[in-house]
Design a protein. Structure first.
Length: 107
């Protein structure tokens, strides 16, 4: 019986990427109740097939978030549909800002 081909491992990086650096000194886009607004970091969207245990999603699927909002979306509110909806909106807001500033493009 032939061995199944292994999936190519996705490159893991710990270096600060351009999109992660863009989150510094920005206003939180997640904006949950109790938000601290600043300082912010890039909060990665978590979803089966694009992320997993110990593997972050691509930086384009991230939103600028303060420590408070990041804690909620990563741990406390993961099963809360309203929190996930607010986080998805934050990803879109972050992407729209980056497009308007010419930091990312599409098409």
């Amino acid at each position: 019986m032939a061995a199944l081909p292994k999936k190519m491992p996705r490159k893991r990086t710990t270096r600060k990427t351009k999109l992660r650096s863009e989150a510094i000194d920005r206003v939180c886009q997640i904006r949950l109740e109790g938000c601290h607004n600043v300082p912010t970091c890039l909060c990665h969207w978590r979803q089966i097939d694009i992320s997993g245990m110990g593997l972050k999603s691509f930086d384009i699927f991230g939103a600028w978030g303060c420590a408070y909002c990041h804690e909620i979306v990563d741990r406390i509110g993961r099963g809360d549909l309203q929190v996930q909806l607010d986080f998805a909106r934050a990803v879109f807001r972050t992407q729209a800002i980056l497009v308007s500033e010419g930091k990312i493009s599409y098409g």
